[in-house]
Design a protein around this ligand. Structure first.
Ligand SMILES: Nc1ncnc2c1ncn2[C@@H]1O[C@H](COP(=O)(O)OP(=O)(O)OP(=O)(O)O)[C@@H](O)[C@H]1O
Ligand SMILES: [Mg+2]
Length: 287
Protein backbone atom coordinates (compact mmCIF):
# COMPACT_ATOMS: atom_id res chain seq x y z
CA UNK A 1 0.00 0.00 0.00
CA UNK A 2 1.17 3.54 -0.64
CA UNK A 3 0.88 5.98 2.19
CA UNK A 4 -1.80 8.64 2.10
CA UNK A 5 -3.38 8.84 -1.37
CA UNK A 6 -3.88 12.57 -0.91
CA UNK A 7 -0.10 12.88 -0.68
CA UNK A 8 0.81 10.44 -3.43
CA UNK A 9 -1.74 11.61 -6.00
CA UNK A 10 -1.86 15.04 -7.52
CA UNK A 11 -5.45 16.13 -7.76
CA UNK A 12 -6.60 19.23 -9.54
CA UNK A 13 -10.34 19.56 -9.53
CA UNK A 14 -10.78 23.30 -9.74
CA UNK A 15 -13.46 24.32 -12.14
CA UNK A 16 -12.39 27.88 -12.74
CA UNK A 17 -12.71 27.77 -16.52
CA UNK A 18 -15.84 26.70 -18.32
CA UNK A 19 -15.07 23.74 -20.53
CA UNK A 20 -14.58 24.44 -24.17
CA UNK A 21 -17.14 22.19 -25.72
CA UNK A 22 -17.00 21.19 -29.35
CA UNK A 23 -19.81 21.83 -31.82
CA UNK A 24 -21.15 18.30 -31.30
CA UNK A 25 -21.77 18.90 -27.63
CA UNK A 26 -25.43 18.46 -26.81
CA UNK A 27 -25.35 17.91 -23.06
CA UNK A 28 -24.78 20.46 -20.36
CA UNK A 29 -21.30 21.73 -19.65
CA UNK A 30 -19.64 20.09 -16.70
CA UNK A 31 -18.94 23.04 -14.48
CA UNK A 32 -19.71 22.47 -10.81
CA UNK A 33 -20.28 18.78 -11.48
CA UNK A 34 -21.28 16.33 -8.80
CA UNK A 35 -19.58 12.98 -8.39
CA UNK A 36 -21.65 10.01 -9.53
CA UNK A 37 -18.91 7.44 -8.90
CA UNK A 38 -16.65 7.74 -5.88
CA UNK A 39 -13.70 5.38 -5.79
CA UNK A 40 -12.08 5.18 -2.39
CA UNK A 41 -8.74 3.46 -1.76
CA UNK A 42 -9.37 0.84 -4.42
CA UNK A 43 -6.83 -1.98 -4.61
CA UNK A 44 -7.23 -4.92 -6.95
CA UNK A 45 -5.34 -8.19 -7.12
CA UNK A 46 -5.32 -11.11 -9.51
CA UNK A 47 -4.10 -13.90 -7.22
CA UNK A 48 -0.78 -12.61 -5.96
CA UNK A 49 -0.44 -9.97 -8.71
CA UNK A 50 -1.45 -6.47 -7.58
CA UNK A 51 -2.92 -4.62 -10.56
CA UNK A 52 -4.11 -1.49 -8.76
CA UNK A 53 -2.99 0.03 -5.48
CA UNK A 54 -4.94 2.49 -3.39
CA UNK A 55 -6.75 4.44 -6.11
CA UNK A 56 -9.02 7.27 -4.98
CA UNK A 57 -10.93 9.45 -7.42
CA UNK A 58 -14.35 10.82 -8.27
CA UNK A 59 -16.08 10.53 -11.63
CA UNK A 60 -18.38 13.45 -12.38
CA UNK A 61 -21.92 13.20 -13.68
CA UNK A 62 -22.46 13.95 -17.34
CA UNK A 63 -18.74 14.38 -17.98
CA UNK A 64 -16.25 12.41 -20.02
CA UNK A 65 -13.34 11.14 -17.95
CA UNK A 66 -10.37 9.68 -19.84
CA UNK A 67 -8.15 7.06 -18.23
CA UNK A 68 -4.67 7.28 -19.70
CA UNK A 69 -1.33 5.67 -18.98
CA UNK A 70 1.05 3.05 -20.34
CA UNK A 71 0.12 -0.55 -21.03
CA UNK A 72 -0.37 -2.68 -17.92
CA UNK A 73 -1.03 0.20 -15.51
CA UNK A 74 -4.50 -1.11 -14.65
CA UNK A 75 -6.90 0.93 -16.78
CA UNK A 76 -9.00 -2.04 -17.91
CA UNK A 77 -8.92 -3.49 -14.40
CA UNK A 78 -10.20 -0.17 -13.06
CA UNK A 79 -13.07 -0.11 -15.57
CA UNK A 80 -13.96 -3.72 -14.83
CA UNK A 81 -14.14 -2.95 -11.11
CA UNK A 82 -16.74 -0.24 -11.78
CA UNK A 83 -19.39 -2.66 -13.10
CA UNK A 84 -18.16 -5.71 -11.18
CA UNK A 85 -17.17 -7.50 -14.35
CA UNK A 86 -14.13 -8.33 -12.28
CA UNK A 87 -16.33 -10.77 -10.30
CA UNK A 88 -16.11 -13.12 -13.28
CA UNK A 89 -12.33 -13.52 -12.93
CA UNK A 90 -11.41 -16.32 -10.53
CA UNK A 91 -8.97 -15.28 -7.83
CA UNK A 92 -9.55 -11.57 -8.31
CA UNK A 93 -9.79 -9.61 -5.06
CA UNK A 94 -11.02 -6.06 -4.60
CA UNK A 95 -10.37 -3.89 -1.55
CA UNK A 96 -11.60 -0.39 -0.86
CA UNK A 97 -14.96 1.07 -1.81
CA UNK A 98 -16.75 2.12 -4.96
CA UNK A 99 -19.87 4.19 -4.40
CA UNK A 100 -22.33 4.90 -7.19
CA UNK A 101 -24.86 7.55 -6.21
CA UNK A 102 -23.68 6.91 -2.66
CA UNK A 103 -24.31 3.15 -2.69
CA UNK A 104 -21.42 0.74 -2.21
CA UNK A 105 -21.46 -1.58 -5.23
CA UNK A 106 -19.39 -4.20 -3.35
CA UNK A 107 -21.93 -4.31 -0.55
CA UNK A 108 -23.60 -7.74 -0.21
CA UNK A 109 -26.97 -6.04 -0.76
CA UNK A 110 -26.00 -4.74 -4.22
CA UNK A 111 -28.10 -6.15 -7.06
CA UNK A 112 -25.37 -6.87 -9.61
CA UNK A 113 -27.79 -7.34 -12.51
CA UNK A 114 -29.36 -3.95 -11.84
CA UNK A 115 -25.88 -2.44 -11.51
CA UNK A 116 -24.83 -3.77 -14.92
CA UNK A 117 -28.02 -2.42 -16.42
CA UNK A 118 -27.13 0.99 -15.04
CA UNK A 119 -23.62 0.78 -16.51
CA UNK A 120 -23.12 0.02 -20.20
CA UNK A 121 -19.79 -1.24 -21.48
CA UNK A 122 -18.13 -0.99 -24.88
CA UNK A 123 -14.96 -2.91 -25.67
CA UNK A 124 -11.95 -2.32 -27.88
CA UNK A 125 -13.01 -4.77 -30.55
CA UNK A 126 -16.63 -4.44 -31.66
CA UNK A 127 -18.35 -7.60 -30.48
CA UNK A 128 -21.84 -7.73 -32.00
CA UNK A 129 -23.72 -10.95 -31.31
CA UNK A 130 -23.84 -13.31 -34.32
CA UNK A 131 -27.41 -12.19 -34.91
CA UNK A 132 -29.24 -9.62 -37.01
CA UNK A 133 -28.84 -5.91 -36.38
CA UNK A 134 -32.34 -5.82 -34.89
CA UNK A 135 -31.76 -8.84 -32.60
CA UNK A 136 -28.50 -7.38 -31.31
CA UNK A 137 -30.49 -4.63 -29.63
CA UNK A 138 -33.65 -6.62 -28.91
CA UNK A 139 -31.84 -9.43 -27.08
CA UNK A 140 -30.60 -7.47 -24.05
CA UNK A 141 -33.99 -5.76 -23.86
CA UNK A 142 -35.74 -9.15 -23.75
CA UNK A 143 -33.28 -10.37 -21.11
CA UNK A 144 -34.18 -7.40 -18.94
CA UNK A 145 -37.93 -8.03 -19.32
CA UNK A 146 -38.67 -5.48 -22.06
CA UNK A 147 -40.59 -7.65 -24.49
CA UNK A 148 -43.52 -5.66 -25.82
CA UNK A 149 -42.95 -5.46 -29.55
CA UNK A 150 -43.86 -1.79 -30.08
CA UNK A 151 -41.67 -0.70 -27.18
CA UNK A 152 -38.74 -2.82 -28.38
CA UNK A 153 -39.03 -1.47 -31.94
CA UNK A 154 -39.21 2.11 -30.68
CA UNK A 155 -36.07 1.64 -28.59
CA UNK A 156 -34.23 0.02 -31.51
CA UNK A 157 -35.00 3.00 -33.74
CA UNK A 158 -34.16 5.53 -31.03
CA UNK A 159 -30.76 4.11 -30.12
CA UNK A 160 -29.80 3.58 -33.78
CA UNK A 161 -30.68 7.23 -34.37
CA UNK A 162 -28.65 8.21 -31.29
CA UNK A 163 -25.53 6.60 -32.76
CA UNK A 164 -26.20 7.95 -36.25
CA UNK A 165 -26.77 4.48 -37.72
CA UNK A 166 -30.50 4.53 -38.41
CA UNK A 167 -30.33 5.87 -41.96
CA UNK A 168 -27.50 3.49 -42.80
CA UNK A 169 -29.33 0.34 -41.65
CA UNK A 170 -33.08 1.01 -41.42
CA UNK A 171 -33.76 -0.93 -44.62
CA UNK A 172 -31.72 -3.97 -43.55
CA UNK A 173 -32.38 -4.47 -39.86
CA UNK A 174 -32.73 -8.21 -40.32
CA UNK A 175 -29.36 -8.72 -41.96
CA UNK A 176 -26.40 -10.02 -39.97
CA UNK A 177 -24.67 -7.51 -37.74
CA UNK A 178 -21.38 -8.98 -38.92
CA UNK A 179 -22.11 -7.65 -42.42
CA UNK A 180 -21.57 -4.10 -41.12
CA UNK A 181 -18.21 -2.33 -41.37
CA UNK A 182 -16.00 -2.23 -38.26
CA UNK A 183 -17.02 1.34 -37.43
CA UNK A 184 -20.70 0.54 -37.95
CA UNK A 185 -20.34 -2.54 -35.73
CA UNK A 186 -18.82 -0.41 -32.99
CA UNK A 187 -21.68 2.09 -33.26
CA UNK A 188 -24.11 -0.83 -33.08
CA UNK A 189 -22.38 -2.02 -29.91
CA UNK A 190 -22.73 1.48 -28.45
CA UNK A 191 -26.42 1.48 -29.48
CA UNK A 192 -26.85 -1.88 -27.75
CA UNK A 193 -25.27 -0.46 -24.60
CA UNK A 194 -27.61 2.57 -24.76
CA UNK A 195 -30.74 0.45 -25.23
CA UNK A 196 -31.02 -0.29 -21.51
CA UNK A 197 -30.83 3.44 -20.68
CA UNK A 198 -27.69 3.24 -18.57
CA UNK A 199 -26.55 6.29 -16.67
CA UNK A 200 -22.88 5.39 -17.06
CA UNK A 201 -20.94 4.20 -20.12
CA UNK A 202 -17.57 2.50 -19.76
CA UNK A 203 -15.49 2.39 -22.93
CA UNK A 204 -12.24 0.48 -23.21
CA UNK A 205 -10.28 1.84 -26.18
CA UNK A 206 -13.44 1.97 -28.32
CA UNK A 207 -11.69 3.43 -31.36
CA UNK A 208 -8.39 1.60 -31.36
CA UNK A 209 -9.51 -1.23 -33.66
CA UNK A 210 -11.00 1.21 -36.20
CA UNK A 211 -9.53 2.98 -39.21
CA UNK A 212 -9.04 6.77 -38.82
CA UNK A 213 -12.33 7.72 -40.52
CA UNK A 214 -14.45 5.26 -38.50
CA UNK A 215 -12.53 6.27 -35.38
CA UNK A 216 -13.42 9.92 -36.02
CA UNK A 217 -17.10 9.06 -36.42
CA UNK A 218 -17.15 7.10 -33.15
CA UNK A 219 -15.21 9.85 -31.38
CA UNK A 220 -17.75 12.45 -32.52
CA UNK A 221 -20.52 10.19 -31.29
CA UNK A 222 -18.90 9.87 -27.85
CA UNK A 223 -18.67 13.66 -27.67
CA UNK A 224 -22.36 13.93 -28.51
CA UNK A 225 -23.28 11.54 -25.70
CA UNK A 226 -21.67 13.81 -23.10
CA UNK A 227 -24.19 15.26 -20.69
CA UNK A 228 -26.75 12.52 -21.24
CA UNK A 229 -24.35 9.88 -19.91
CA UNK A 230 -21.40 9.81 -17.57
CA UNK A 231 -18.61 8.38 -19.70
CA UNK A 232 -15.36 6.77 -18.58
CA UNK A 233 -13.12 6.06 -21.54
CA UNK A 234 -9.74 4.35 -21.73
CA UNK A 235 -7.64 5.59 -24.62
CA UNK A 236 -4.03 5.42 -25.70
CA UNK A 237 -4.76 8.22 -28.12
CA UNK A 238 -3.74 11.27 -26.11
CA UNK A 239 -4.95 13.67 -28.80
CA UNK A 240 -8.35 12.02 -28.59
CA UNK A 241 -8.39 12.28 -24.78
CA UNK A 242 -7.54 15.94 -25.08
CA UNK A 243 -10.26 16.56 -27.67
CA UNK A 244 -13.14 14.85 -25.91
CA UNK A 245 -12.51 14.50 -22.19
CA UNK A 246 -13.46 16.92 -19.45
CA UNK A 247 -11.30 15.11 -16.91
CA UNK A 248 -8.29 12.85 -17.19
CA UNK A 249 -6.85 10.33 -14.78
CA UNK A 250 -3.24 9.33 -15.34
CA UNK A 251 -2.25 5.85 -14.18
CA UNK A 252 1.28 4.49 -13.88
CA UNK A 253 2.96 1.30 -12.73
CA UNK A 254 4.93 2.02 -9.58
CA UNK A 255 6.57 -0.75 -7.61
CA UNK A 256 4.85 -3.28 -9.89
CA UNK A 257 1.32 -2.04 -9.19
CA UNK A 258 -0.84 0.42 -11.06
CA UNK A 259 -1.42 3.69 -9.26
CA UNK A 260 -3.21 6.92 -10.00
CA UNK A 261 -0.57 9.60 -10.34
CA UNK A 262 -2.72 12.55 -11.26
CA UNK A 263 -6.35 13.45 -11.82
CA UNK A 264 -7.85 16.71 -12.93
CA UNK A 265 -9.42 18.76 -15.65
CA UNK A 266 -8.13 17.62 -18.99
CA UNK A 267 -6.88 21.07 -19.88
CA UNK A 268 -4.77 21.22 -16.71
CA UNK A 269 -3.45 17.69 -17.16
CA UNK A 270 -2.28 18.45 -20.69
CA UNK A 271 -1.18 22.05 -20.28
CA UNK A 272 0.05 22.28 -16.71
CA UNK A 273 0.52 18.76 -15.35
CA UNK A 274 1.39 18.66 -11.69
CA UNK A 275 3.33 15.41 -11.82
CA UNK A 276 6.60 14.80 -13.63
CA UNK A 277 5.39 11.39 -14.87
CA UNK A 278 2.34 13.00 -16.49
CA UNK A 279 4.52 15.58 -18.22
CA UNK A 280 6.87 12.87 -19.52
CA UNK A 281 3.98 10.72 -20.70
CA UNK A 282 2.06 13.39 -22.55
CA UNK A 283 5.26 14.67 -24.14
CA UNK A 284 6.08 11.16 -25.35
CA UNK A 285 9.27 10.94 -23.27
CA UNK A 286 8.08 8.03 -21.12
CA UNK A 287 5.51 5.28 -21.42
N1 LIG B 1 -7.02 -11.91 -15.55
C1 LIG B 1 -5.82 -11.53 -15.15
N2 LIG B 1 -5.04 -12.36 -14.42
C2 LIG B 1 -3.80 -11.98 -13.98
N3 LIG B 1 -3.27 -10.76 -14.22
C3 LIG B 1 -4.00 -9.90 -14.94
C4 LIG B 1 -5.30 -10.23 -15.44
N4 LIG B 1 -5.78 -9.15 -16.12
C5 LIG B 1 -4.83 -8.21 -16.04
N5 LIG B 1 -3.76 -8.65 -15.32
C6 LIG B 1 -2.54 -7.90 -15.02
O1 LIG B 1 -2.91 -6.73 -14.31
C7 LIG B 1 -2.14 -5.60 -14.75
C8 LIG B 1 -3.07 -4.52 -15.26
O2 LIG B 1 -3.71 -5.00 -16.45
P1 LIG B 1 -4.79 -4.14 -17.25
O3 LIG B 1 -5.28 -5.00 -18.34
O4 LIG B 1 -5.77 -3.61 -16.30
O5 LIG B 1 -3.86 -2.96 -17.81
P2 LIG B 1 -4.19 -1.85 -18.90
O6 LIG B 1 -3.73 -0.55 -18.34
O7 LIG B 1 -5.60 -1.96 -19.33
O8 LIG B 1 -3.21 -2.26 -20.09
P3 LIG B 1 -3.41 -2.03 -21.68
O9 LIG B 1 -3.20 -0.58 -21.92
O10 LIG B 1 -2.31 -2.86 -22.29
O11 LIG B 1 -4.78 -2.52 -22.07
C9 LIG B 1 -1.19 -6.15 -15.80
O12 LIG B 1 0.05 -6.43 -15.19
C10 LIG B 1 -1.83 -7.42 -16.27
O13 LIG B 1 -0.90 -8.35 -16.73
MG1 LIG C 1 -6.53 -2.44 -21.15
Amino acid sequence: MTSNPAQSTQINRCCDNAFTLGPLQTGPACCDPEPVIQVKNLSLQYGTKTALENVTLDIYRGCITALIGPSGCGKTSFLSALNRLIDLIPGCKVQGRILIDGNDIYDAACDVQALRRQIGMVFQKPVPFPLSIRRNIALPLHEHGIKQRAEVEAIIEQVLRDVGLWHEVCDRLDTAAHSLSGGQQQRLCIARALALSPQILLMDEPCSALDPIASGVVEDLISRLRGRYTIVIVTHNLAQARRIANYAAVFWVKERAGELVEFGQCQHIFETPAHELTASYINGIRG
